[in-house]
Design a protein around this ligand. Structure first.
Ligand code: SF4
Length: 433
């Protein structure tokens, strides 16, 4: 039987889908990339914005329309946070939450044998344990996500994630090591440590911290790069920076979630730092990691954000000079504190602000790419099929491409020295040294 997998949202979701994929493949199921040819469609949901919910509904409806006999299995954040709304999706045969995803293979088999609809959403509990998952392969061959943390206890006022993901829980260091060792034996060179609030790693593990997990990952032979997914700025100490700087395998790319460059808005969001503290942290990271890339997320149009607050945010973003900014219009999530706040910003105004911010930070992206010109960097090549270039990434996640001759052997999965010769559009160009 063929399964089509559809993953919405973050790297944690990608990791979890991969885990189901491996389990189903072990049970003899094969995979298709076409929902129309699938016997079963597994959809790993995201509910971070209302547009993610909308996309999910559209996907379910369109699969059912094109393939009425397909079994539809939903899991993850959307059913966990909005149980009734998920249960109202009558096309779904199996619906489970975010804390019992490893049960999906068994539920699929059960549904195939008796065609009884399955609904199983376990509420999160205070002493919930890390759901035991290990992946030894990943989509693509160069980079593998390793989920080491789940949950968040921060309750930013706009965010539904703590309700969808529950409390912080962490994978023990010994298991992280074993998983990465196996990934290295399977040929992976780069791993990305992923979590819902990565810097909370170890909160439930008696004094263990993210830096311990990073050092563990870097200690694995065969792995040449360890990358971190998004980080919350308030939890990085000077000691963390000093220990990180001593790890040559750690990729100097820091995605520090900003959300707003205005202190009044940060306070309303229940973010736990001031812009001045954020700026100081960026300065420390840039001094410890020369040529690091600092990237971020910024939300526009949060409830109560005035034009003046917004312009302050734009000005702050310009002052930092991010290598890349992901811009999100604020999305009201029912059940969060911010959903009930007064002075909500209209949709058209959010769009206007998103456009202004996008324009404002575009030049900083270009300046970052231009600043790489003349440097010689190790590039891990990822793809060169059906195109005129070899594509790869430097350690600071600069996309690099070098022209490919028809006689060239593939460079995929190799890490090679490249002299960066220029920047075009959203990538750098280079030549092999
Ligand atoms: S830190 Fe804030 S934004 Fe990030 S997952 Fe937790 S509650 Fe959501």
């Amino acid at each position: 039987m063929n399964i089509y997998y559809c993953t919405f949202g973050c790297k944690v979701n990608q990791y979890e889908t991969e885990n189901i994929r491996q389990a189903m493949s072990g049970l003899g199921f094969s995979e298709t990339d076409s929902p129309a040819l699938a016997d079963i469609c597994v959809i790993n949901t995201c509910t971070v914005t209302s547009s993610a919910d909308k996309k999910l509904r559209q996907t379910v409806h369109s699969i059912k329309k094109s393939n009425p006999n397909a079994v539809i299995a939903l899991m993850g954040c959307f059913p966990q946070a909005f149980r009734d709304a998920a249960f109202s999706l009558s096309e779904a045969d199996i619906i489970i939450g975010a804390s019992n995803k490893t049960k999906m293979p068994q539920y699929i088999q059960s549904y195939l044998s008796n065609r009884q609809k399955i609904r199983d959403i376990e509420p999160h509990t205070a002493n919930e344990q890390f759901e035991n998952m290990r992946n030894f392969i990943s989509e693509g061959r160069t980079r593998a996500n390793v989920k080491i943390e789940d949950g968040c206890d921060c309750y930013c006022t706009y965010c539904i994630i703590p309700y969808a993901r529950g409390h912080v829980r962490s994978k023990p260091l010994s298991e992280i090591k074993q998983e990465i060792e196996q990934l290295a034996r399977n040929g992976y060179k780069e791993i990305v440590l992923v979590g819902i609030n990565l810097l909370c790693y170890g909160k439930d593990l008696n004094g263990v911290r993210l830096i311990d997990a990073i050092e563990t990952a870097c200690s694995v032979e065969g792995i040449s790069r360890v990358r971190l997914s998004s980080l919350e700025p308030e939890l990085i100490s000077d000691d963390d920076i000093a220990r990180m700087a001593a790890l040559p395998k750690l990729c100097p790319q820091f995605h520090l979630s900003l959300q707003s460059g205005c202190d009044k808005t940060l306070k309303a969001m229940n973010r736990k730092y001031l812009t001045s503290e954020y700026e100081l942290l960026v300065r420390k990271l840039r001094s410890a990691f020369p040529n690091c890339a600092v990237t971020t997320d910024i939300m526009v149009g949060f409830a109560g954000e005035t034009e003046e607050d917004f312009l302050r945010s734009v000005e702050f973003a310009k002052r930092i000079g991010f290598a890349k900014v992901h811009i999100f219009p604020y999305s009201v999530r029912q059940g969060t504190v911010a959903a009930k706040m007064p002075n909500q910003v209209t949709k058209s105004e959010k769009m206007r602000r998103a456009k202004i911010l996008e324009e404002a930070v575009r030049a900083d992206r270009q300046a970052f790419l231009q600043s790489q010109t003349g440097l010689t960097e190790e590039v891990l090549f990822e793809k060169d099929d059906n195109c005129d270039f070899h594509h790869g990434y430097t350690k600071n996640y600069t996309p690099v491409r070098i022209p490919k001759k028809s006689t060239d052997a593939s460079l995929r999965w190799q890490e090679l020295s490249v002299r960066i010769t220029g920047a075009e559009d959203d990538f750098c160009t280079g030549e092999l040294v």
